[in-house]
Design a protein around this ligand. Structure first.
Ligand code: OXT
Ligand code: ADP
Ligand code: MG
Length: 588
């Protein structure tokens, strides 16, 4: 680092330090003034002391083993609390490790601020080869919602305020805040410093939809005969659970929850169409999107899955006007926050809800058939367990402990769990999100435990766990009520693949057979359990949740039970040449 061009020297000799403040303290005070209670952190030059001072000042500073996991924790905290989660890292490599999580938060529309220490501008801009030199601001910019750098101590208040407002307002997202090391050591008059701090008033202002837009949407809904509501994670994020429930129940319309909207209404609600997904997407005539995007997870709103050719009309509620018409024509765009839009729409509709007789019966017929089929599969007592057997056990655990936060990642482990495990309360499910990213598990679990105080059940594919597994030490260190269940099928998707060259290296998707992940947890003082039956799994998970002790259950899953890429195998590129060369490539 460059020797500090300190503001100290500009201070008159003889000024007592009691009357001074510095960049460290201004940054901490600015965060505290804006209600920041937790920082997800990895220490090192130049932010080690910043973490110490923040802890000393009463902020909870949780140190992780890798910045990516600290970042995922901050982003999950943003989703759960509707306030930006704060991640703090060192320069270049630490910054880059955290950047993946910042980009993921932006993709998920979750508020998060990545604060990274950096080298001084003078050296970076002349590329003189500083310790961990990198033009971090330039690199962050295209990957997040906004990026700012603070150069002077007197700008810390406004810089932090700007970051908070950018992360929280409109469509939430990730913000990068660049903190050159020398800024922290800058000294200024304490009273002036205090006055320079800014408390952000109303960081995510309500956005009321225009009356015309409401009338347009109501007119379409009045004509609807087979309407469908799709609830997305934006609806969960908005924390307007009562109005969502009122809207769904007063309208009598079936609703489809996207994965992180599960639990906004309990999954056993009579209007849930989760188990009739294909039917409602295909046969509905009007679709009301509530905080959900028509992206890949909804086949972009077109194609066979949507019953094309069709005359469906879309009503879309979203805070971001740019989301409208992103994939298909939106007949009635309602731009605003979900709570305000649904309230206005309810008013405009009055009691005028009418749907085709028989629509709900059609939905129920499909739902009943799928639930019956699933119930039969859950009874399976095969040894080793398949996904349904193991998840049947965890389904009853969540049903019996409804405040538990479920974290879920993997391919098969994710896809089976999403439909098998019913959720009963809002914002109790955290998963791989819009990018389908592996490695969110431990960071999300830690944030969920810290931010909610509730126990956490993290259901993890063995591969998914590998991206973040070292954080079980963090879980033990802070003694968090997290129970990690590893679905150990010895590999990615399956554990029985072969090396197609016939050579002795294992297949590209295989791991060490029968790894004892439970022993890893024991190494850090947590509870390790090896479970081979649904009964053992259920008992161990309930005990972990009730005892609140850090626990890892190694659930042994049949290596042959999974499918390539779970439910999204069709997204794998294919080629007739490759198929001809490798007949094994034809599967699923
Ligand atoms: O209506 P129909 O009849 O069609 O039936 C549907 C529902 O109505 C019904 N259903 C129900 N029936 C009865 N009861 C209930 N309650 C019920 N609920 C639903 O069930 C069917 C299916 O319903 P579903 O699931 O809602 O519908 P569907 O069609 O699947 O929905 C479509 C999607 C797209 C919305 C859904 O599939 C979805 O959300 N998918 C998300 C998929 C995803 O994101 N996957 C993760 C990424 S996969 C891959 O990329 C992996 N990688 C690569 C990698 C990644 N991702 N990241 C990084 C950083 N590096 C690399 C890796 C490495 S996965 C992976 C590791 C995998 O290995 P693991 O060991 O971790 O995991 P295992 O696979 O377990 O080994
Ligand atoms: P899912 O993956 O669950 O379908 P998405 O992440 O695709 O959900 O969509 C979430 C949508 O919610 C985004 O388009 C985002 O702009 C929107 N959103 C986020 N917060 C709000 C809010 N408070 N009010 C309205 N829309 C919101
Ligand atoms: Mg696996």
């Amino acid at each position: 680092m460059m020797p500090q061009k300190s503001h100290d020297q500009q201070h008159e000799a003889g000024t007592s330090v009691d009357n001074l403040t510095d960049g460290f303290h201004l940054l901490i005070d600015a965060l505290k003034l804006n209600g920041v209670k937790t920082i997800y952190n990895v220490p090192g030059i130049p932010i080690t002391d910043l973490g110490r001072y923040a802890q000393a000042s009463g902020i909870r500073v949780l140190s992780f083993r890798h910045e990516q996991n600290a970042g995922y924790a901050a982003s999950a905290a943003g989703f759960l609390t509707k306030k930006p989660g704060i991640c703090m890292t060192v320069s270049a490599p630490g910054f880059l490790n955290g950047l993946t999580a910042l980009a993921n938060a932006t993709t998920n529309c979750w508020p998060m601020i990545l604060i990274s220490g950096s080298s001084e501008r003078e050296v970076v801009d002349l590329q003189q080869g500083d310790y961990e030199e990198m033009d971090q601001l330039a690199i962050a910019k295209p990957l997040c919602k906004a990026a700012y750098r603070i150069l002077h101590a007197e700008d810390i208040g406004i810089g932090v305020a700007r970051a908070i407002r950018a992360a929280s307002s409109g469509r939430p997202g990730g913000v990068y805040l660049d903190i050159p090391g020398a800024l922290l050591g800058q000294v200024m008059d304490a009273v002036k410093g205090q006055k320079s701090l800014v408390e952000v008033i109303d960081p995510s202002p309500k956005q009321i939809p225009s009356p015309d837009a409401v009338a347009r949407a109501a007119a379409i809904l009045k004509e609807a005969r087979r309407p469908l509501i799709i609830l997305g994670k934006g609806a969960a994020y908005d924390q307007c659970d009562d109005i969502i429930r009122t809207f769904v129940e007063r309208s009598g319309i079936p609703y489809l929850p996207m994965s992180m909207a599960k639990g906004l209404l309990p999954d056993d609600h009579p209007q849930s169409a989760a188990a009739a997904r294909s039917t409602v997407l295909k046969d509905s005539d009007v679709v009301i999107m509530v905080g959900a995007r028509l992206n890949w997870l909804l086949s972009h709103g077109k194609g066979k899955q949507w019953g094309e050719p069709h005359t469906k009309k879309f009503v879309q509620i979203d805070i971001d006007p740019k989301e409208m018409d992103s994939n298909v024509e939106i007949a009635a765009p309602l731009v605003g926050d979900i709570g305000s839009c649904l309230t206005k729409l309810l008013d405009a509709m009055g009691g005028d809800w009418e749907q085709q007789k028989g629509w709900m019966e059609t939905v129920h017929a499909k739902t009943d058939a799928n639930i019956k089929r699933m119930d039969a599969q859950l009874q399976n007592n095969s040894n080793p367990m398949n996904y349904q057997a193991a998840l049947g056990a965890l389904r009853s655990v969540i049903s019996e402990r409804r405040d538990t936060v479920l974290v879920n990642e993997g391919a098969n482990t994710l896809d089976f769990a999403r439909s098998i495990i019913n959720m009963f309360k809002p914002r109790k499910r955290l998963d791989v999100g819009t990018w389908g990213v592996m490695g969110i598990g431990m960071g999300s679990a830690i944030a969920a435990a810290v931010e909610t105080g509730n126990p956490v059940l993290a259901v993890e594919g063995d591969s998914a766990f590998g991206f973040c597994g070292m954080e079980i030490e963090t879980i033990c260190r802070y003694n968090l009520p997290v129970c990690v269940v590893i679905f150990n099928n010895n590999g990615i998707y399956r554990g029985d693949d072969t090396n197609w060259s016939g050579g002795s290296d294992p297949a590209t998707t295989k791991f060490v057979k029968d790894s004892r992940y439970d022993k890893m947890m024991e190494a850090f003082g947590g509870v390790g359990i090896y479970a081979t039956t649904p009964d053992e799994l259920k008992r161990a998970a309930l005990e972990a949740i009730d005892s609140r002790k850090p626990t890892l259950i190694n659930a042994v899953i049949d290596p042959a039970a999974g499918k390539e890429s779970g439910n999204i195998g069709s997204l794998n590129p294919q080629s007739i040449v490759a198929k001809a060369r490798y007949p094994q490539a034809v599967r699923n």
